[in-house]
Design a protein around this ligand. Structure first.
Ligand SMILES: C[S@@+](CC[C@H](N)C(=O)[O-])C[C@H]1O[C@@H](n2cnc3c(N)ncnc32)[C@H](O)[C@@H]1O
Length: 245
């Protein structure tokens, strides 16, 4: 069962995310530091269907965006074409790519690092970022927090009953691993097509992430609450890390 294959078909329809707010945070963060994004090179990890790719392009970045799911990348490509924007899209795994170049900005939005389910791979993924980031460059990414995954998602079932799409989404927690089983029914003509997705995410505490980042050599780490200019706290649902190399 490949993650994000069939899901790419309904991902944008179901994502309840204020991407504009995220893009405004990125833009304001750098504007406040008098750092220009326009015409600068950027790398986006786990770009998915390209929702933030489009916003980053509109901020003027010259962008390379990668994701391990071909189907998500296909959606991203279609959307960029529709918007008449260009980005280099690559099918790559964030644990193991080597692009042989460095970027002043590296981004990753919406849980991509929760999909890295052990410390060894997390370290490789962050080392890759370190190796691809210019000196004085910035790395911005988020994770879903322990509070959200344990208290708001874990051991719960969510359902959606719409005319065009229905789902049953069961969540189980085993120590620090969250297993999500989602069965979708998507209307195609008179009938519904069923498909199943299994997603595994790891619960990371913010302190653990900072420890791995420090071990690799990232020293200046700020952690914000959910793309707001407010410090992360124990009941934040999303922790946003901004790191200067
Ligand atoms: C929740 S989606 C976020 C997509 C997009 N960033 C957004 O904000 O909508 C997570 C994405 O991470 C990608 N992903 C998960 N593990 C990955 C890996 N090891 N390497 C590259 N991409 C990965 C998935 O294919 C998926 O597109």
């Amino acid at each position: 069962m490949e993650q994000y294959s069939n899901l790419s078909l309904v991902y944008d329809e179901l994502m309840d995310v204020d991407y504009k707010k995220w893009a405004d945070f990125v833009s304001t963060y750098f504007k406040d530091k008098n750092i220009e994004l326009k015409y600068k090179k950027g790398l986006e990890l786990g770009c998915g269907t390209g929702n933030m790719t489009i916003y980053l392009k509109k901020l003027g970045l010259d962008l390379v965006a990668l994701d391990s799911s071909e189907d998500m990348l296909t959606k991203a490509e279609e959307k960029l074409r529709r918007e008449r924007l260009r980005a280099t899209l690559l099918k790559q795994d964030i644990r193991s790519y080597n692009l042989n170049k460095k970027f002043p900005f590296i981004f990753s939005f919406c849980d991509c690092f929760n999909y890295i389910t052990n410390y060894k791979d997390l370290e490789s993924s962050f080392k890759n970022v370190y190796n691809h980031l210019e000196d004085d460059g910035y790395f911005l990414f988020d994770i879903s927090t322990e509070y959200k995954l344990r208290n708001l998602i874990g051991e719960k079932t969510f359902t959606l009953n719409r005319e065009d799409i229905c789902y049953i989404w069961d969540n189980y927690i085993n120590e620090d691993i969250l297993e999500m089983y989602i069965t979708f029914f998507v209307k195609e003509g008179k009938y519904y097509r069923r498909f199943d997705e299994r997603h595994i995410q790891k619960i990371y505490r913010v302190e653990e992430i900072i420890e791995v980042l420090n071990k690799i050599g990232f020293k200046e780490v700020e952690v914000f609450d959910d793309y707001k200019f407010k410090d992360y706290s124990q009941d934040s649902i999303r922790a946003v890390f901004v790191i200067k190399k």
